[in-house]
Design a protein around this ligand. Structure first.
Ligand code: ADP
Ligand code: MG
Length: 480
């Protein structure tokens, strides 16, 4: 059985500490002033003070963000384009119950790796009988090639994986294999098993796919490879995470990804979606993908955020994502440290050269520095990391409360008067303990001790792989 193991985050060495982010000696000699503050860093103090002011997330700020999130969700549900939040309909109307049986595949394409998985489901009692998965990296040239080349490569890797099927994995006679397809690029979904690619992101520039149904592209490639498999559910990673977590716990109502980027989805009643124009689903409910990374209302932003945004490839867009997600936290910290180094001589006379290059300080570096209990690290550097992680975690928590609040307002008791689970996944949430704590603290502060007792924020590790396979099962063309 081969399991994909995430490599440890690459931690680059920076010359402001010895351990654990590097062995380079410190640049600055620490000379302590009378008050115990190193003289070299004392000059940077006003920058830190202003930063902490600008980034502050006291309860009224959190409350505003939660309320605005709920309002924006409503506006996006009313009409397409009605708010920053797209509130995309997922066409996932029924969630796994635990009764699913049979062999199902999942394919996850969302970055430079794609993952394939198969699972044998045994129904209520046996649940997941066996799972196997594999990870394949996509050759760089295919990211700039043609649509056929990319999908042929994926289909051929999938065919190789399917060939190794055996042992506990059994496909009943007369059936085709079915797969869930987790596709984390912007798609205009047209049904549970079709969706038009709006545009490639994350470094992909494959010609010929935008404007096409990605499920058709994959189904055709699988046919060319002679692979007897069809896509029965096209989903994004938050929806797959929700499905994966729901399989084990019926109280899961919301899923949130905090990784390189961020997004959230939740279970909505069709009656609360005016833009459905009265269309019903058998369950009366459907999963809505909020695309909350685009939220922007009332965020406590600093000059450093504004500069980063202005220089980004999508200025003015994805502001919530730029404030709370893994791709950006390290970069915000880097920009602050450069300023402190230039005007506060934080690292002595010179600004460390590498610090000048955008995106060289990763969020894993921030997390490492916050775990560092040695005396080596410049206290002010840790303070900066903490300030940015704290703002991110607390705002993410406020966003979650916004979603819960919106659900509760529409249907009293549905969230707060019973146990409700928010399934969390993504590298940032998983690997950054302070961030996680700040997030939970904000939820508790906003809800108060009593209500927050009913809200369980839970890590659903790699639930999205099995979630996509489960959605293939729920949407199987065969009886189940
Ligand atoms: P993706 O979002 O690209 O699908 P992941 O969910 O694995 O991938 O998240 C990866 C991201 O998580 C990285 O880009 C990084 O920002 C963040 N991350 C990874 N490790 C850590 C860490 N130790 N501390 C903080 N953030 C981390
Ligand atoms: Mg991911």
């Amino acid at each position: 059985m081969s399991f994909a193991v995430n490599p440890p985050p690459a931690v680059r060495s920076f010359p402001f500490s010895r351990s654990p982010i590097g062995r380079t000696p410190r640049v600055s000699m620490v000379v302590r002033s009378g008050a115990g503050v190193p003289i070299a860093t004392a000059a940077a103090l006003p920058i830190l003070t202003k930063l902490q002011n600008d980034c502050a997330t006291p309860l009224p700020v959190l409350r505003h963000v939660a309320d605005a999130m709920a309002t924006d969700m409503r506006a996006g549900l009313a009409v397409d384009g009605g708010s920053d939040l797209k509130m995309i309909l997922s066409y996932v109307d029924s969630l796994p119950t635990g009764n699913e049986r049979g062999l199902f595949y999942a394919l996850d394409l969302g970055g430079t790796n794609f993952r394939v998985l198969r699972t044998q489901l045994g129904g209520k009692d046996d649940r997941v009988i066996a799972t196997e998965c594999d990870q394949v990296s996509i050759p760089q040239d295919l990211m700039f090639g043609t649509s056929e080349e990319l999908f042929d490569f994926i289909a051929s890797a999938l065919a190789k994986f399917a060939q190794k099927e055996g042992g506990k994995f059994v496909l009943p006679d007369g059936r085709s294999r079915e797969t869930g397809f987790t596709f984390s690029f912007p798609v205009k979904q047209t049904s549970i098993d079709s969706g038009i690619l709006i545009k490639w992101t994350k470094g992909f520039a494959v010609s010929g796919t935008p404007g096409k149904d990605v499920v058709a592209c994959l189904n055709e490639a699988m046919k060319r490879q002679g692979l007897d498999m069809r896509v029965s559910a096209l989903v994004n990673d938050t929806v797959a995470t929700l499905a994966g977590a729901r399989y084990w716990d019926n109280d899961v109502m919301v899923a949130v990804i905090l990784g390189t980027g961020t997004n959230a989805c939740y279970v909505e009643s069709v009656d609360a979606i005016p833009k459905l124009n009265g269309q019903k689903t058998t369950s009366g409910r459907t999963i809505v993908n909020t695309e909350w990374g685009a939220f922007s209302n009332g965020l406590p932003l600093t000059e450093f955020d504004r500069e980063m945004d202005a220089e980004s490839i999508n200025p003015g867009e994805q502001l919530f994502e730029k404030t709370i997600s893994g791709m950006y936290l390290g970069e915000i910290v880097r920009r602050i440290l450069v300023r402190m180094a230039e005007s506060g001589s934080l690292f002595g006379k010179h600004v460390p050269e590498r610090l000048r290059t955008p995106f060289t300080l990763g969020t894993p570096n921030i997390s490492s520095m916050q775990q560092d209990t040695s005396e080596d690290l410049e206290a002010m550097v840790v303070e900066v990391c903490d300030t940015i992680a704290k703002r991110g975690g607390r705002l993410a928590g406020a966003g979650i409360v916004g979603i819960l609040q919106k659900m509760e307002e529409d249907s009293k008791g549905i969230v707060f008067r019973k146990r409700t689970v928010v399934a969390m996944d993504g590298g940032l949430y998983e690997h950054h303990p302070q961030y996680r704590r700040y997030l939970k603290d904000a939820v508790t502060e906003l809800l108060g001790p009593e209500l927050s007792n009913n809200v369980v924020i839970e890590h659903s590790k790699d639930g999205s792989g099995i979630g996509a396979a489960l959605l293939a099962a729920t949407n199987s063309i065969y009886e189940h």
